[in-house]
Design a protein around this ligand. Structure first.
Ligand SMILES: [Zn+2]
Length: 312
């Protein structure tokens, strides 16, 4: 393990290539730790994490892929090797030699969101993992129960342990359901998708972006119940034929997006005004601006379009 991605919050050190930004890895010093040389200890130093090998998912992102850089024409076959990641601050403290980061150098910190549509799925997943683990390390330096300084678990599991009360803190994932609701257009029969414009997308940039209905799963709730509740709360309609499709880790802040599809059952759309400014069923042939490739929202929409023979 001698290389690492370098992060500053949700941005990643990249090099500009002819076809776009590409994540850059820097070489780590042979022994960056002066204490015992156990690799699992090194893995849990603040601001430095090991990353698992990441396999490209095969059940989605299978068609209509964006052009991928660097001869990775077979995107599904791309595997991101196990490596590590560290923060910029960690690199400075540990005398890791960084490439020159200046406007003219071709190197820069690029927001992860901007990279998603371009990166192979396996690499994108690995970078998402890195952002979440680095943030988790920074956020769990103290016991949340008794406030004593937490230490890294002695085993190689990812956990922070309180030496006083023994509370173990693990990286947390927040499940979030996202649902593509469809119905045939009552007049023409053309398949339609329910899309909503959220206030958080912003009202200034035109055309307005529309997304799917999504929300966090509550304590004690099943995923299916969360789908029904979120759609009822946000647009007042009821659903049938709810089925799970696929998932995507989403590091803003640490979500696991669980993608569902469902059919419209009944009800008129009444939007929840503190979250949405508009929602409606849109014909597949006449969609507003939708989320970019690489997001699960887009994958769900693309899947429906493909089934209907519509090219988006
Ligand atoms: Zn404690």
């Amino acid at each position: 393990m001698t290389h690492a991605f370098v992060f500053s919050d949700d941005t990643l050190l990249c090099r500009q290539m002819p076809d776009g930004w590409w994540p850059l890895q820097v070489q780590l010093p042979e022994s960056s730790s002066t204490s015992d040389d156990s690799t699992c200890q090194q893995a849990y130093q603040i601001g430095h994490v090991t990353l698992l090998e990441s396999l490209a998912p095969s059940h989605w992102l299978s068609d209509s892929l964006p052009d991928v850089a660097h001869d990775l024409t077979d995107n599904n076959g791309f595997t991101a090797q196990a490596t590590s990641a560290m923060t910029y601050d960690y690199a400075i403290v540990h005398d890791v030699i960084l490439p020159i980061i200046a406007e003219t150098s071709g190197n820069a910190f690029v927001p992860y969101r901007q990279l998603i549509p371009q990166l192979p799925a396996a690499l994108s997943t690995q970078i998402s993992q890195a952002i979440q683990l680095l943030r988790w390390q920074a956020d769990t330096q103290f016991c949340s129960r008794c406030a004593a300084p937490a230490v890294h678990a002695e085993t190689d599991e990812r956990a922070m342990v309180c030496p006083v009360c023994r509370l173990r803190q693990y990286p947390r994932v927040q499940p979030c359901v996202i649902t593509a609701v469809t119905r045939p257009n009552p007049q023409t029969g053309e398949m339609q998708i329910l899309l909503a414009h959220h206030h958080r997308y912003g009202e200034q940039k035109l055309p307005l972006m529309y997304g799917l209905i999504a929300g966090f799963v509550e304590v004690g709730e099943s995923l299916e119940h969360a789908v029904v509740r979120e759609v009822a709360e946000e647009v007042n309609i009821s659903l049938k034929d709810i089925r799970y499709v696929s998932s995507q880790p989403w590091p803003f802040p640490s979500n696991l997006m669980l993608g569902f599809r469902a059919s419209y059952a009944s009800g008129d759309i009444i939007i929840q005004e503190d979250e949405l400014s508009h929602a409606d069923f849109f014909d597949l042939s006449n969609l507003p601006k939708i989320p970019p490739k690489g997001s699960i929202a887009r994958e769900l929409i693309d899947q429906i379009a493909k089934e209907q023979g519509v090219l988006l």
